[in-house]
Design a protein around this ligand. Structure first.
Ligand SMILES: NC(=O)c1ccc[n+]([C@@H]2O[C@H](COP(=O)([O-])OP(=O)(O)OC[C@H]3O[C@@H](n4cnc5c(N)ncnc54)[C@H](O)[C@@H]3O)[C@@H](O)[C@H]2O)c1
Length: 363
């Protein structure tokens, strides 16, 4: 069964299709943009695993031409590859009314989305996310970006897709580790603002990632993100809540020297954010314990000493956090919680206290 979530952004609004029904996807695509040409950009691993599935879907949609292959990995989000992609779009004669179809994880989606945002001053694009992280998070909301030597996602644009097609068949080939990392972003949505959703996650217990539950959980996470993006499309306020766990998480991810996946770092970062909220007197200790227990139940490590890339240095983490791009006025900005489903923005964290907290946690 394919389900729908609507992102209500007026004339930039769109739908997210979630499920296994390729025919519905095909009909929907054709309905969104009749008589237009598409350039397909696809992740190299996804092409390798799903070449025939992709080819038959494209044939149904009457989309011709070979996909532009995007090499796997974060390094694809570069100026160099962006230029190559833009040149290929020009060589293929893509016009203002045509569109890009991006098939892949967050890397392909972010790169394709940014190319769509700037090609001929902006053309439409459709996201076909193939990782759980991309389905739950990066394909929805219109943030597109490439990386710079100075840091990740530093150059980009807000450019909403015209449609998002989250087809579960792609997940069949996704490594379990990547699946779990994406699941961290689903848990994040519940912890930020929907305590009932977290109850449902706990209730699904060890089966959380089974096909039976995953579709419902993904839909809840996308619905949650949709409401936040609708209220604050360009992150001038509440959208920053989506960064729960990310300030600690980015510090861990960078310090791990590539050993941690983004979602793994975010899971540990969320646990830290809850523990720090307890330390500051904002959050009951039972809630932080529930968070850790659930991460542990599904197989996401949150103990810093046991995390890949350990040992971590508290000083190095605070130094990374000091340079987080979400900071304002020279102060470290954290997303903390008053409890499960009740996150808030803490504009100016006490650096000395944060350092002591992390010293305890990294021992
Ligand atoms: N735009 C946003 O709002 C937003 C939000 C969160 C993350 N991001 C970005 O997303 C990126 C991370 O996304 P990701 O975790 O999807 O990483 P990714 O795109 O690198 O994909 C992870 C790995 O899985 C492979 N893969 C993808 N789909 C597969 C499939 N179906 N079967 C087998 N292998 C498959 C890829 O080749 C890659 O090796 C980062 O660049 C991050 O900055 C963006």
């Amino acid at each position: 069964m394919t389900e729908l979530v609507t992102i209500d952004l007026g004339d930039r609004g769109y739908e997210v299709l979630i499920g296994q029904d390729a025919w519905a996807i095909a009909r929907k695509l054709a309905a969104v943009a009749p008589n237009r040409r598409y350039a397909v950009m696809a992740d190299s691993n996804v092409l390798r695993h799903h070449r025939e599935f992709i080819a038959s879907g494209l044939a149904e949609l009457d989309i011709a031409g070979t996909p532009i292959e995007i090499p796997e990995g974060e390094s694809a989000k570069s100026f160099g590859l962006l230029e190559i992609v833009l040149s290929q779009l020009l060589e293929r004669g893509l016009e203002r009314g045509d569109a890009i179809l991006a098939i892949g994880g967050g890397v392909t989606g972010d790169l394709a989305g940014f190319a769509a945002a700037i090609y001929k001053r902006g053309i439409d694009f459709i996201q076909v996310p193939t990782t759980l992280l991309a389905m739950a998070d990066s394909s929805v909301g219109g943030k597109t970006a490439i990386n710079m030597p100075q840091g990740k996602n530093l150059v980009g644009a807000f450019h909403q897709p015209r449609l998002v097609v989250a087809d579960f068949r792609f997940l069949e080939t996704l490594p379990k580790r990547q699946l779990l990392a994406g699941y961290a972003e689903i848990i994040k949505a519940a912890l930020i603002g929907d305590a009932d959703f977290f109850d449902r996650l706990e209730f699904s217990n060890r089966d959380s990632l089974s096909a039976l539950h995953l579709q419902a959980h993904l839909k809840s996470a996308i619905e949650f993100k949709a409401r936040i993006v609708e209220a604050d499309e360009r992150e001038s306020g509440q959208r920053a809540l989506l960064n729960l766990g990310h300030t600690f998480g980015h510090a861990l991810e960078s310090e791990s020297d590539g050993k941690l996946l983004h979602g793994e770092a975010v899971a540990a970062g969320i646990a830290l954010a809850f523990d720090y909220s307890v330390r500051c007197g904002y959050c009951p200790a039972e809630d932080a314990a529930r968070v850790r227990d659930y991460f542990s139940l599904v197989g996401l490590e949150t103990q810093l000493a046991l995390l890949l890339g350990a040992p971590y240095s508290a000083e190095a983490m605070v130094e990374r956090m000091r340079h987080d791009k979400k900071n304002a006025g020279g102060k470290i900005r954290l997303i903390l919680a008053r409890g499960i489903g009740d996150a808030f923005i803490e504009g100016a964290a006490d650096e000395a206290d944060l350092l002591n907290f992390l010293k305890d946690k990294t021992q």
